[in-house]
Write a protein that binds this ligand. Structure first.
Ligand code: ATP
Length: 240
């Protein structure tokens, strides 16, 4: 059973704003698919649609060939995601938050302590394991959110700007965690404004502009930033 994510014809408006317009997208197992675009391009809205957090006005989404609405709880448990601000119970420690996240993802209860230990080690949160999440710095809260999203080794991972607020060491830990899961067969959709980091991890880069997918970039392109702006400006010109 693979967790191929496929969306077709997705549209979502907020009043007069076409946040997502006729989007078709695939995330294959064993692939890091990066989504890049300027502020307000529609990346977060698209990810929220793909995860069933928002309803599309039109279009459909499936995971492993099953429409989102019919996906059983145990398949949802094999999805990991972090969208915008990481959620954590403020009065619980890092370890307690991760334990709860593992329970919610239906990790076998005998495996939970080892799963949490591994996540704490992978994101280098050992010094904060017993710290209440409300006392964490922004970057460490992001590490906690990533650990919760990744610790159960999901087969499909959706991360919205996961490197935001991470220090350079955290960016490297995140990169390694993503690539490990890709090599293990997970499909990963990640949005980012950091094109140099995208170039390091992505197998495929899709550019979004004004709610539409406007093309792809080759991660091996020497000047990715230039190619990105070229695609965006050409699309903007085409709209005039
Ligand atoms: P950023 O890179 O700044 O995070 P983004 O690409 O994630 O941006 P979205 O947050 O998806 O972009 O926003 C796309 C458009 O939809 C924007 O014009 C935004 O103002 C609008 N939008 C998003 N959510 C809402 C909402 N809940 N109500 C009204 N408009 C919204």
């Amino acid at each position: 059973m693979t967790a191929r994510l496929a969306a077709h014809g997705l549209c979502r408006r907020f009043g007069p704003t076409h946040a997502v317009e006729d989007v078709g997208l695939v995330v294959d197992p064993g692939q890091v698919h990066a989504l890049v675009g300027l502020n307000g391009a529609g990346k977060t809205t698209l990810m929220r649609l793909l995860l069933g957090m928002l309803r599309p006005d039109h279009g459909g989404i499936s995971i492993g060939g099953v429409a989102l609405g019919g996906l059983p709880a145990e398949r949802w448990a094999r999805v990991g995601h972090l969208i915008e601000t990481p959620f954590a119970y403020p009065e619980l420690s890092v370890r307690a938050n991760l334990t709860m996240a593992a329970q919610l993802r239906l990790v076998d209860r005998h495996q939970i302590p080892a799963t949490v230990d591994q996540a704490i080690s992978e994101l280098e949160l050992g010094a904060y394991a017993h710290v209440l999440s409300r006392r964490l710095s922004q970057g460490n809260r992001q590490r906690l959110g990533l650990a919760a999203a990744l610790q159960h080794h999901p087969e499909l991972i959706v991360l919205d700007e996961p490197s935001s607020s991470l220090d350079p060491a955290g960016v490297i830990l995140l990169r390694e965690a993503i690539l490990r899961r890709r090599d293990a067969g997970a499909g990963i959709l990640v949005s980012s404004h950091h094109l140099d980091e995208v170039a390091r991890i992505a197998d495929r880069i899709t550019v979004m502009n004004h709610g539409r997918l406007i093309g792809t970039l080759d991660p091996r392109t020497p000047d990715l930033e230039r190619a990105f702006f070229h695609a965006v400006h050409a699309d903007d010109e085409g709209r005039r």
